[in-house]
Design a protein around this ligand. Structure first.
Ligand SMILES: [Zn+2]
Ligand SMILES: [Zn+2]
Length: 338
């Protein structure tokens, strides 16, 4: 497919989409009902529907019996870890294999023309972004994801928190399910902005940002503090009256959904003339410029409200530069005073 119909390529070969990033239509004034209705299928398919499908598979085929989960034990925790890790291996590994190893689509729709394997660097374990990212995902982040899973499943199983049933509370539970991606966005924005404060950035979050040119394995490549905080989004369902299936959906949005920001391609070519939108651009710009787009797609547009939004356009760039200049001036003034 001709990616130049959808964007431009610079001298280095980096591709950028022509369409600028935008917030969902219900935030726009004047309010347009047709636009909101047209946005709903895009909200549900394919990604949120995919996360719901994996959630149901886990709930019906993977999660142990409630009686088993009443007692904490390594047995069922390790079982959950094995399934989570195998699923990520297949899901992220599939994208990695076809788009990064076999390079089935070359650099069409790829934001950065280079592939991480072409750029060895000292910041990574074994000087390899791929090995470093892979090891951190499987030996740190996925165990922490599983820990969060064990905490909420055990809490529900023992009755430590209310377990609302679908038959009695279906309206609230359906609403909460539809709101889960918004909860994810707010939680992620808050913890992400927090770990961008100077001390925590240096100690915790710089690990994730070593991957300036992210690939699928970068998604869960985190310092353990971030790895726990990131997946802990599911624990909101111990505070909000909820149901373990929705807590699991919340966890899958985080764990499986992390890949979306790190695919590196704007569209994945599935067949000759069909593509899948990755929704990766906002977070790609975050990896490129660091202090923009702390949230996700702008479902709850906190970046816009706080002035951190970069929509990928020249105007977005100018706005970011102006903000950086202001920050520099503030720091210089502080240095001369202090
Ligand atoms: Zn990232
Ligand atoms: Zn960051």
């Amino acid at each position: 497919m001709d990616d130049l119909k959808f964007g431009t390529r610079n001298k280095r070969g980096d591709w950028a989409p022509s369409a600028v990033l935008d917030v969902p239509p219900f935030w726009k004034r004047p309010f347009s009902l047709p636009k909101v209705l047209a946005w709903i299928p895009e909200y549900l398919f394919p990604w949120n529907a995919f996360h719901m499908a994996t959630t149901l598979i886990w709930w019906f085929y993977v999660v142990p019996d409630v009686e088993v989960m009443k007692t904490l034990s390594f047995g069922w925790a390790l079982w959950l870890y094995a399934v989570n890790a195998a699923a990520i291996f297949v899901f992220y590994g599939g994208v990695e294999l076809f788009w990064y190893v076999k390079k089935k689509q070359g650099t069409r729709f790829k934001y950065n023309a280079k592939f991480p394997a072409e750029q060895p660097s000292d910041v990574f374990w074994f000087k390899s972004q791929n090995i470093d990212n892979f090891l951190r995902s499987f030996f740190l982040s996925i165990p922490l994801w599983t820990l969060v899973q064990v905490i909420f499943l055990h809490a529900y199983a023992t009755g430590a928190v209310p377990w609302l049933t679908w038959s009695d509370n279906w309206l609230w539970l359906v609403t909460l399910t539809l709101l889960a991606p918004a909860i994810h966005e707010v939680h992620f924005f808050c913890i992400h902005r927090l770990i961008h404060t100077p001390l925590l950035y240096k100690w915790v979050h710089s690990v994730h940002h070593n991957s300036v040119n992210p690939s699928p394995w970068s998604s869960l490549s985190m310092h353990p503090v971030e790895g726990f905080l990131y997946h802990a989004v599911a624990l909101w369902h111990l505070v909000i009256p909820s149901n373990p299936i929705i807590a699991m959906f919340q966890l899958h949005l985080a764990g499986f959904g992390a890949v979306n920001g790190h695919i590196g391609f704007d569209k994945l070519e599935i067949t000759e003339d069909s593509t899948l939108d990755s929704h990766a651009y906002a977070h790609y710009l975050h990896h490129k410029y660091f202090e923009v787009n702390y949230g996700g797609d702008g479902l709850i547009p906190l970046d816009k409200w706080f002035g951190y939004f970069h929509d990928g356009s020249k105007a977005g760039d100018a706005q970011m530069q102006a903000r950086f200049e202001k920050k520099k001036a503030r720091m210089n003034a502080k240095a001369t005073r202090g």
